[in-house]
Write a protein that binds this ligand. Structure first.
Ligand code: HEM
Length: 136
């Protein structure tokens, strides 16, 4: 007999595996707190404006949908057009790698399952790499 609990787990979206909306918000908040606090992410922080409040809300809304949950971002702003929206910011390898390291640290600190975190890291890498708009 199949185990209905196991089937549910296999079918769960990344959104559910992260822990739903409150957990996505906590992950995003940790990500931006680390960006503000850690000297290793200073180049990434410098690309951002004075406050990170707008970025916190928008990345939270975006990630809910990107992980397979509610489409808060698309409902508010339409198609994300992420590459176009990042063109005003100079993004090279250094900024990309700091973004990914900051997100990895946030996922680790929030206690995401390691396999899930690895899978998300690969997906984040592809998105972040595609956002690069200058060399170096
Ligand atoms: C590659 C390095 C990245 C850098 C340096 C970067 C930087 C920024 C900056 C400076 C903003 C503007 C924040 C504001 O409006 O106050 C922003 C917005 C945003 N970023 Fe990134 N970002 C990067 C990668 C990513 C990735 C990988 C994602 C998604 C997985 C992402 C999702 C977003 C979203 C959804 C917004 C809000 C866009 C809007 O509606 O205006 N970013 N980012």
């Amino acid at each position: 007999m199949s185990d209905p609990g196991a089937a549910d787990a296999a079918d769960a979206s990344a959104f559910e595996r992260v822990g739903g909306e409150a957990a996505v918000r906590a992950l995003v908040d940790r990500f931006y707190d680390l960006m503000d606090l850690e000297p290793g992410y200073a180049a990434l922080r410098a690309v951002h404006g004075e406050t990170l409040e707008r970025a916190r809300d928008r990345l939270f809304w975006f990630l809910c949908g990107w992980l397979g949950g509610p489409q808060h971002y698309v409902e508010r702003f339409g198609h994300p057009r992420l590459r176009a929206r990042h063109l005003p910011f100079a993004i090279g390898i250094r900024e990309r790698d700091q973004w990914l390291a900051c997100m990895n640290q946030a996922m680790h600190e929030r206690g995401l399952d390691q396999g899930l975190a690895q899978r998300l890291h690969e997906a984040f890498f592809n998105t972040a790499d595609w956002m690069r708009n200058r060399g170096g």
